[in-house]
Design a protein around this ligand. Structure first.
Ligand code: CA
Length: 234
């Protein structure tokens, strides 16, 4: 099996279509039609899912809140949010709630499949990397343990998503080097020739918000005009 997925979507025809197509790709798929059903599934499976496809509009709780509760409970399973609106505010809300990626309805099935594959590849790669590489990063006022997900800034605990940690990890392994958006998409998101590099900019914004004393005057996550980004530990 390529992986176990939980699809949380109350529109039954859409849920059934997603289930069918994901199963054709080799995934094991469960469907939950409410946030409550999703929570029950997650408990019953001991969080045995490799990723969650999570619709924002659910009959009981919205997807943002469900995602936030998962993260608060220390569950860092990759989440792709499905939003009905393309409003930037919705995307930001999803990412701030701890989602790893989002898609705007109506989306192409092929793109969803590509993003699911990308999330699971990254996860497999994380697993393989094991404990051989250094898992602790200290810079500025920040201390980051990539194994335990424990992050503090000036002694205050922060919660980062898996993707934020992956991006930070990649920067920490390539300090002082200009990294293009395309390289970051390929190495961190595992998406080659993907084109949509604004995702990188969104995540840099999030890292700055987390770690910079003044996000408008960054000292660690620097923009290099026309080239990309550079991580400066000190
Ligand atoms: Ca829905």
């Amino acid at each position: 099996m390529a992986g176990r997925l939980l699809v949380v979507e109350d529109e039954e025809h859409l849920a059934a279509g997603l289930k069918l197509n994901l199963e054709l790709e080799g995934y094991g798929v469960d469907v939950a039609t409410s946030a409550r059903a999703a929570s029950e599934r997650l408990v019953a499976s001991s969080n045995g899912y490799d990723a969650i496809v999570l619709d924002v509009m659910l009959p009981d709780l919205d997807g943002f809140e469900l995602c936030r509760r998962l993260r608060d409970a220390g569950n860092f399973v990759p989440v792709i949010m499905l939003t009905a609106r393309s409003a930037a505010e919705d995307r930001v809300r999803g990412l701030e709630a701890g989602a790893d990626d989002y898609m705007v309805k109506p989306f192409s099935l092929e793109e969803l499949l590509a993003r699911v594959r990308s999330l699971l590849r990254r996860r497999a790669w994380e697993g393989r990397r094991g404990t051989t590489s250094s898992s602790v990063l200290a810079f500025g006022r920040a201390h980051v343990d990539f194994d335990t997900h424990e992050v503090t800034v000036a002694g205050e605990a922060l919660k980062l998503t898996q993707l934020e940690l992956d991006l930070l990890k990649y920067f920490s392994e390539h300090p002082q080097r200009v990294l293009s958006r395309e390289e970051l998409m390929e190495k961190v998101w595992k998406l080659r020739n993907y084109g949509y590099t604004r995702t990188v900019d969104n995540f840099i914004g999030r890292l700055r918000k987390h770690f910079e004393e003044d996000a408008t005057d960054p000292r660690h996550f620097l923009s290099v005009r026309g080239a990309g980004y550079k991580f400066v530990p000190e």
